[in-house]
Design a protein around this ligand. Structure first.
Ligand code: AMP
Length: 395
């Protein structure tokens, strides 16, 4: 894996693909600076080496040039977070941009305009990528959030830097963390998969079955498994056409010596709303008119034991409808068990969707070993796919 330490950036211009797709309020103030902070180690390292930095990113989903999506809105905040002056150029390619890049001195930062003002970006247009490539001596990809897209700035541009293309610190950390979990990880390895549907997680499950010792299944997915085993799931979310698939997964898990842990009880509600009536019931005996919306206390006790005995933990997907306060307990508890295991020396990775939101919402982020920054990209990595943005650097 070629990283920043493989290059001496002195007097070099680094063209960095960052993910500055940050949320803005109605007055165009940045409301969450996490993504800018995440790129700081890469930028600092290059500037400290005596290089200069050209930052390129997308923001939102503009249809052509739309002022409200201009990256000019984030210049002041970027400058504040980086603690340095940030120059801005109102285009992404072309003569003005080339001049601005050429004029850049060591230690200076230039931010380009929103790449998605050009349809060529998402189309992965080669000529557009070549124009971007003209701006720098070294290409650095530090945008994990878009590493699963073969866009001009995330993938295609790399071919114009056959010798001088590297992973930024953030992207390298994402790859490292996943390798720690699904590569040569310390056993026992436990994966917790929650979320709403089996169908959206099937590829992940298939990919990890030969890599984990324990598989905890929770969330809405539970009920397809329980029904397939002959249980009554009442009005719980259930994919009837995936029942055979659920049984096949359980068979395959057995063949791989993976212990599968499904909830044994659930918090059932008489409606899909926070103030519905609730009762704890056996997961196989949910009455009609009731639906399981969170893991029950006995299930949580069992999950706790598995988690606290694990040395490596992957968490993808909530155990219940955590967006509603009354059904968030299972997800919070699970997060706390993982935090405790992590404190005791386990490695924990949270990634690939809603569990990241849950961990942030409940203040558990600092207690995890690593929380992934890219939902879709992490999910594809968990599925065992090679991400084009990563492959382009490795080729
Ligand atoms: P995913 O995007 O597949 O990770 O699914 C996350 C969503 O699953 C969240 O919005 C949860 O509210 C939802 N979810 C979790 N448990 C349940 C459940 N028992 N019934 C319905 N939805 C659920």
């Amino acid at each position: 894996m070629k990283t920043l330490s493989d290059i001496d950036f002195k007097d070099k211009k680094a063209l960095i693909r960052v993910d500055f797709n940050v949320p803005l309020d109605e007055n165009f103030n940045v409301t969450d600076t996490n993504r800018i902070e995440a790129a700081k180690p890469t930028i600092d390292k290059i500037l400290n080496d005596g290089g200069s930095v050209i930052l390129m990113s997308h923001l939102g989903r503009p249809k052509g040039k739309e002022e409200k999506y201009s990256l000019k809105h984030i210049v002041a905040t970027t400058s504040e977070v980086l603690g340095k002056d940030v120059k801005f150029v109102e285009d992404s390619v072309g003569e003005t941009v080339e001049k601005a890049a050429q004029a850049l001195k060591p230690g200076e930062i230039l931010l380009l305009e929103n790449l998605r003002f050009y349809s060529e970006e998402e189309a992965g247009d080669e000529a557009f990528a070549e124009k971007l490539a003209k701006l720098g001596d070294v290409y650095v990809n530090d945008a994990f959030g878009t590493a699963h897209r073969a866009h001009a700035s995330t993938t295609i541009v790399a071919k114009f830097f056959p010798e001088n293309k590297v992973f930024g610190t953030l992207l390298a950390k994402e790859i490292d963390s996943l390798n720690k979990v699904l590569g040569n990880s310390e056993k026992p390895v436990t994966a917790v998969l929650g979320g709403s549907k089996v169908s959206s997680k099937i590829t992940v499950i298939e990919n990890i079955l030969d890599k984990v010792d324990h598989l905890i299944i929770g969330g809405g997915m539970t009920f397809t498994f329980i029904k397939a085993q002959g249980g009554s799931v009442g009005d719980s979310i259930c994919e009837d056409d995936k029942q055979q698939l659920a049984l096949d997964i359980l068979e395959k898990a057995k063949a791989n010596n993976v212990q599968v842990h499904l909830p044994v009880d659930v918090v059932a509600a008489d409606g899909f709303k926070n103030d519905a009536n609730t009762k704890v019931v056996d997961v196989k005996e949910i009455p009609d008119g009731w639906q399981g919306l969170d893991a029950g206390p006995k299930s949580l006790e069992q999950f706790k034991e598995v988690i606290l005995n694990s040395k490596t933990i992957l968490w993808n997907g909530p155990l219940g409808v955590f967006e509603m306060e009354n059904f968030a307990k299972g997800t919070i508890q699970l997060g706390e068990y993982i935090a405790e295991a992590t404190k005791n020396g386990a490695f924990s990775l949270v990634g690939g969707g809603d569990s990241v939101a849950a961990v942030k919402q409940f203040g558990l982020e600092p207690k995890m070993s690593y929380v992934s920054t890219g939902g879709g990209a992490m999910l594809e990595m968990l599925e065992g796919k090679t991400l084009p943005g990563i492959a382009a650097i490795q080729e």
